[in-house]
Design a protein around this ligand. Structure first.
Ligand code: PMP
Length: 391
């Protein structure tokens, strides 16, 4: 198998560094207690923030759509793949996000690729936070725009870069709304002010803010009351919305442009009808009541405070993403493995996803975790934490 020599060597290297991870195969849906190898395990690692993945209204909408439309959309959006369900979802999402228009994509990842890949030209500069998500980085890589990176949330550096970039045709500042590894929130008000001062567009990826921040989960723009001042809001339908997909909430002009230009939109089959219907049902659940979002935040605040009280370092977390900072990659993964021995699944995250000395176990609180679930998790984390000398 000479073809695979280089790959085998790399895999061996990752094994030696403790970075090789076989996939964890679950035997049940993404609830709180999940079956793993015949055992019930409490999981605190999914992005199912509001517990919508098995919500009755979403399931009923998906089943009805399958009965009415079948299981696949049959085509890309520009041919026979735009069903009235897709259109309705985009209209209701635009109304929910308070923007002129929304265009949906098959995932949040392809949304960033499609939007960034389409709007940036060689005469533009894109100015990106150092901790932005991989899909933003890859989207930027698809373009010939100049790239500038500012240190994470460093507004002085952002201003310095903006000052140096006045000669470009267009300046675009790109940031995650909530950062996926640390759970901190972007300083959007300051970013918007700088953008207005230096004539830049603002692009926010709200993958972890959709359904989590803002009234009824409208996202970071709503959280900071910045409606009309953020030009491009990307969201995902795969996390708090509980299904799969992505979208961009923006102007009608940009939507029209993307329909003609965004390659993942043009050249990949649209979401199945059941997916569009379930997403539509999810948006209606969000609009109807904030009970789930309120519960999510109660759980988040109580759980983070308890961890800090026990003596753990939860880094910069301000949202349901709560890391326990550990450092060394190998120790981080051993800590995560020990939690699993004790019945708690919490993903270890190490280099290259985060810096070499920034290994952490990332816990994600959801609205579905009960008080008893959180008490169980805290007990396990405290015991294993003492074993590792972390507290
Ligand atoms: N942006 C961010 C910040 C994310 O964390 C993710 C998911 N990991 C994505 C985009 C991609 O979203 P999706 O899973 O819908 O492709």
């Amino acid at each position: 198998m000479a073809h695979w020599n280089r790959l085998t060597q790399e895999l061996d290297q990752w094994r030696r560094e403790g970075r090789y991870r076989p996939l964890t195969v679950w035997n049940s849906g993404s609830g709180t207690w999940m079956e793993l190898n015949g055992r019930q395990v409490l999981q605190m690692s999914s992005n199912n923030y509001l517990g919508l993945t098995d919500h009755p209204a979403l399931k009923a909408a998906a089943l009805e759509a399958i009965e009415t439309y079948g299981v696949g959309s049959g085509s890309v959006r520009t041919i026979t793949g735009t069903l009235d369900l897709h259109d309705q979802l985009e209209q209701e999402l635009a109304q929910f996000k308070q923007t002129e228009a929304v265009l949906t994509f098959q995932s949040g990842f392809t949304t960033n690729q499609g939007v960034l890949g389409s709007i940036l030209s060689e005469n533009d500069v894109v100015i990106s936070d150092a901790l932005n998500h991989a899909s933003i980085i890859d989207g930027i890589r698809l373009t010939k725009a100049q790239r500038k990176i500012y240190a994470h949330k460093d507004m002085d550096q952002l201003e310095d870069v903006l000052k140096q970039c006045s000669s470009f045709e267009q300046r675009i500042i790109v940031t995650d709304g909530v950062f996926s590894m640390d759970g901190d929130i972007a300083p959007l008000p300051q970013i918007v002010e700088l953008a207005e001062q230096y004539d830049a567009l603002v692009y926010v990826d709200d993958a972890h803010a959709s359904g989590v921040l803002g009234k009824h989960g409208k996202g970071s723009t709503d959280h900071f009351s910045l409606h009309g001042r953020v030009h491009i809001q990307v969201g995902t339908l795969s996390k708090a919305i509980g299904v799969v997909g992505g979208y961009v909430a923006t102007s009608q002009v940009l939507k029209d442009y993307l329909i003609h230009k965004a390659r993942p939109f043009l050249f990949s089959t649209s979401a199945p009808p059941s997916i569009a219907a379930a997403c539509l049902a999810a948006i209606r659940v969000l609009k109807q009541s904030s009970v789930l979002q309120d519960r999510l935040w109660q759980n988040t605040t109580a759980f983070r405070q308890s961890l800090i009280h026990l003596g753990f370092n939860t880094g910069a977390s301000e949202t349901p993403i709560i890391p326990i900072m550990i450092g060394e990659p190998a120790i981080t993964m051993r800590f995560s493995d020990r939690l699993l021995d004790e019945g708690l699944f919490a993903q270890g995250i190490v280099y290259p996803t985060v810096a070499q000395d920034q290994g952490r176990v990332r816990l994600i609180v959801t609205a579905k975790h009960t008080d008893a679930d959180l008490a169980f998790a805290l007990d396990v984390i405290a015991r294993v934490g003492r074993e590792f000398g972390l507290i």
